[in-house]
Design a protein around this ligand. Structure first.
Ligand code: URA
Length: 449
């Protein structure tokens, strides 16, 4: 099979066969297809798309390029969640122990942050002593003994995705729907959970900038996951402003603990409990989303979810005492308060801008080699729609020592817009997507399968 002929076939808009796709994917992984030919092919895919069959074939190739776990390798029932990423998204940190405390195992392999969104592993590693590089066998062991584990994706699983994603990143070919679907579903199905809930974020701080593309991605993620005999459901959720009040590694971990302690911001609690309820429902542990919400609310108020987090942290080598004493987290002692110049309503909070600022202060990585500063971040005191008086605090920044306060105040001031009119409220989770397609969420509730 000639690589050039396969590139030309895709370039000319024809559908590729399974063998041709295998030649490209496994050939690239083996080093037989060079970067320049793979790049040309990826660009042809980005411009011309892929059929459903090609996408399915590509997802299988991604998945079987490495070790694959099935639900039979894990205790049952099991469920996992994947978010397309957003600013202040610390849901996984609370969700894994929350769902496990209700009897459904959560095997969660996660990624590191790159760019403005931050990564679950970086946030979790703000716990003193905690390790996430466990290897697959220890990961499975911990899911069996504790009921949940959040660990790093090892090179053993979906190596083709690791290699191709790195090339997509530098060739402007990340934003291709079939490539995104095969990358995400290949990874998630290989991790073995029997049910997968997707949180597809839309808005300025998200990968998908408009609701329509988020719905399309959610629909394709659900359909592709179900082709591998796993249960799946997606929610399209708002990422125009940060989720919760905290942005930054230690601050977000503390906020996740607050949530499991019965506090924490309403929006974070609503999304976490909703996604968790969907995991319980798909795993067969409850008969409806409403019952899932009730079960998880009890887990929080009874303290069992927080105790499960303590157990998970301890199993991963960290000091579980952090769940009762959050002063143990490294948080920068140098702070800058941002206050409102005018009175009115908070009209918008630029999630992407705030995420990028925290990343620049050392809270995230610009390149994979960068070291993370867990102690920097931003704590919002107001969210969109809140009333604010002149000179009232809007946010506190936790900054590296020696930071220039006046330029940071000016920059953050521009990210938080105040207006005299109250802005229209957007629903937090406007849509649920099942195999039957997207439906409005909220109010009467969906007719679930
Ligand atoms: N996240 C992934 O894991 N893969 C993509 O292709 C895009 C986002």
């Amino acid at each position: 099979m000639e690589t050039r002929a396969i590139i030309q076939k895709k370039r000319d808009g024809f559908e590729l066969s399974g063998d041709e796709l295998e030649h490209m994917i496994l050939g690239y992984l083996a080093g037989d297809v060079p970067d320049y030919q793979m790049s040309a092919w990826l660009m042809a895919v980005l411009l011309l798309g892929m059929s459903e069959e090609e996408t399915h074939e590509m997802t299988s190739l991604m998945m079987y390029s490495g070790r694959v776990l099935t639900p039979a390798d894990l205790p049952s029932p099991s469920a996992d969640k994947h978010s397309t990423g957003g600013v202040g998204d610390k849901v996984s940190l609370a969700l894994a122990p929350l769902v496990a405390s209700a009897g459904v195992c959560v095997p969660m392999l996660s990624g590191r942050g790159l760019g403005h969104t931050g990564g679950t592993l970086d946030k979790l590693e703000s716990v003193p002593g905690l390790r996430t590089d466990l290897g697959i066998d220890r990961f499975i062991d911990q899911v069996e003994t504790v009921g949940c584990c959040i660990a790093s994706q090892s090179g053993e699983m979906t190596p083709a995705d690791g290699a191709i994603y790195a090339l997509r990143d530098v060739t402007g070919t990340v934003e291709s729907l079939p490539l995104i679907v095969s990358s995400i579903v290949g990874k998630k199905v290989a991790e073995g959970a029997g049910a997968i809930v997707y949180d597809v974020k839309w808005g300025g701080g998200a990968f998908m900038k408009d609701m329509e593309s988020a719905v399309e991605l959610a629909t394709r993620l659900v359909a592709e996951t179900e082709r591998f005999d796993r249960k799946a459901m997606a929610f399209v959720t708002d990422m125009n402003q940060p989720l919760g009040m905290a942005v930054g590694n230690s601050l977000e971990m503390i906020e996740a603990i607050d949530l499991l302690s019965g506090d924490g911001p309403d929006d974070l609690r609503e999304i976490t409990v909703l996604l968790g309820a969907a995991m319980l429902y798909l795993a067969g542990a409850v008969g409806s989303l409403e019952a899932g919400v009730d079960t998880l609310s009890v887990s929080i108020s009874a303290g069992s979810a927080r105790a499960k987090l303590e157990e998970m942290i301890h199993a991963q080598g960290g000091d579980g005492g952090v769940v009762y004493d959050t002063t143990m987290f490294p948080v920068s002692s140098e702070t800058i308060d941002i206050t409102s110049e005018a009175g009115g309503y908070v009209h918008s909070i630029d999630a992407r801008g705030l995420g990028a600022l925290v990343c620049e202060m050392g809270g995230g990585r610009k390149t994979v080699e960068d070291e993370i500063d867990h102690g920097v971040g931003a704590l919002l005191h107001k969210k969109e729609g809140d009333r604010v008086a002149p000179a009232e605090p809007l946010a506190t920044l936790f900054v590296p020592s020696g930071s220039d306060g006046s330029s940071l105040r000016e920059r953050v001031g521009a990210l938080l817009q105040i207006s005299s009119d109250m802005p229209e409220r957007r629903p937090l989770a406007p849509l649920i997507v099942t195999a039957r397609g997207p439906q409005k969420w909220g109010g009467e509730g969906p007719g679930l399968p």
